[in-house]
Design a protein around this ligand. Sequence first.
Ligand code: GLA
Length: 386
Amino acid sequence: MELNKLEEIFQTIYGKKNEFSFFSPGRINLIGEHIDYNGGLVFPCALDFGTYALVNLREDNKLNFASTNFDLKVSCDLNNLVYTKKDDWANYPKGVIKIMLDKGYTVKGMDILISGNIPNGAGLSSSASLEVLTSVVVNNLFNDGKIDRVELVKISQMAENEFVGVNCGIMDQFAVGMGKTNKAILLDCNSLSYKYADMNLLDYSIVIMNTNKRRALNESKYNERRAECEEALKIIQTKKPVANLCKLTPEEFHEVEPLLTKDNIKNRAKHAVYENDRVISAFDCLNDGKLEEFGRLLMESHDSLKNLYEVTGKELDSLVEEALKAEGCIGARMTGAGFGGCAIALVKTDKIDSFTEEVKKAYTERIGYEPSFYSSGIGNGTHQIY
Ligand code: GLA
């Protein structure tokens, strides 16, 4: 929705013009999946669609939240911020504000209108977008913009882990908060050191493909994978002192592999180690303009997530298989947590139209409903518009 339309809606809801507005992107991850919580390297970038916040200050301690995406409006008091199931989406901003208050930062009453154009439940980080958005609103309006950006990223992850109760890693919040136009971020999730790479895709583009698989109960699977990786690490640590799975090179993993006698545990660990290795190669390929090689790494990543990590499912697999059959596509993989949601494809820019047509037709025949396609620029991290 256009900003001026949102300003009208704000005025209708709150009876006044908004003074401030902010934007926070969604993200895709190019490669490095399910390894942020294994101390690995990830390679995400921020999108140019995301979430807006229009804000006014209040004289009291009230927080009013409204959204153009959901009917639900939520009002609460700054001194009594607790997770409530019925508050649904508003628990994300509530959680961030609660954690910032607990850490001693200043927060005052606000009227807020949220509006997102990230498809909900598509795995493009609509929740991280909203969390980091809230932290930047609070930083800029009440703390002179002085809180370090990485601290805001950590607060946002903490809100999701501790307030909402989702045990995610740090990749999404980091990508949303630290994104830069036309850059991908190589992030070491262990040390939080990072560097940017130019998204120089020559005559190729990234196409985002949504399976449109209805949101299922994935949370338990996500936590199950985390637990399996922890189990693998514990076993490996009985023979080799290593802080996390991604500290192992493929050669080192080969030596300890016989210790992992359960197939699922071995496979999860193997994915983590080799995926981390692929991220290092992918970063080099992108820098050196070796896009065919980059595309091949995307395919290897998807295969590993399908066969070793088992987080894809028939919708994502069909979408990726059909994408790879289409002319002009040199690589594709799921992105995000998996079990549905989105995949990305690296496609010759002048073939995008025929590509989407072919993939749409073939996927619909196989799955029974249509996928969606988005093209997005690589945008900046969360920022104030005015
Ligand atoms: C979700 C989580 C991230 C990360 C990805 C998988 O998006 O929020 O922390 O674990 O899944 O790479």
